[in-house]
Write a new protein. Structure first.
Length: 225
């Protein structure tokens, strides 16, 4: 049977699994960290939890995480996730993030994902809170209206990349090689050297040729036959 590349998530995580996944990529939640969580799946589902389900704590930590980790995101895949699965509120969030991170051209396409009337993060009280506290500067140029102090901005909510990379090989190789499918496959090879190219490609949403060629390079450098 021919290999068919998958870009969309295979399944939606439950709340406990999502918390474990978020902890695994550097968000400071009280949960056992899943060090093999896919980065783009995790941050996309965290944005759904925050925007569609009103979980402001998750949205606060996700936004703090993006302050440090946005250069480590495979932006093309995240863009595909938001384009195909995102609600209007989720699209408004990521459009605002893209405008906040406008110096990173990889996020440019997401900046146009929401066009229309501005979206209030809160169900009520947004006008009053903006008059009282002003707007959160991270969202001021985007379509999402967020009063300042609504999403807490605490450095302790996120574990720095320099520390996370010691236990999360996906983050380590994204720092070393760049945020690519190749770097994720390299991390998988270090953890699970017996995986087939097809299984590696499936796990990180890569193409089969990318997995196959990366494995050959890994074998060459590590002296495997």
């Amino acid at each position: 049977m021919a290999f068919e590349r998958q870009i969309m998530p295979f399944q939606k995580p439950g709340r406990a699994q999502l918390t474990s996944d978020m902890a695994g990529i550097g968000m400071n939640f009280d949960a056992r960290p899943n060090r093999e969580a896919n980065v783009e799946d995790t941050i996309f589902f965290a944005s759904v939890e925050g925007m569609d389900k009103g979980d402001l704590r998750t949205l606060s930590v996700l936004t703090m995480w993006l302050e440090s980790y946005s250069p480590r995101v495979i932006a093309d895949r995240l863009t595909s996730l938001v384009a195909k699965e995102g609600s209007n509120r989720v699209r408004a969030y990521w459009a605002s993030i893209a405008r906040w991170k406008k110096s990173d051209s990889r996020f440019r396409r997401m900046a146009s994902f929401y066009r229309g009337k501005k979206v209030d993060l809160l169900e009520s009280g947004t006008d009053f809170l903006i008059r009282k506290n002003g707007e959160d500067s991270r969202f001021a140029s985007g379509p999402l209206r967020v009063p300042r102090k609504t999403l807490r901005r605490r450095e302790m909510d996120v574990i720095p990349p320099a520390k996370v990379q010691k236990s999360n090989l996906f983050i380590r190789y994204r720092i070393m090689i760049g945020p690519t499918y190749r770097s994720d496959i390299w991390a998988l090879l270090e953890m699970h050297p017996d995986l087939s190219p097809a299984e590696m490609a499936r796990r990180v949403y890569a193409s089969y040729p990318t997995a196959w060629h990366t494995r050959k390079d890994w074998e060459l450098l590590d002296g495997h036959q």
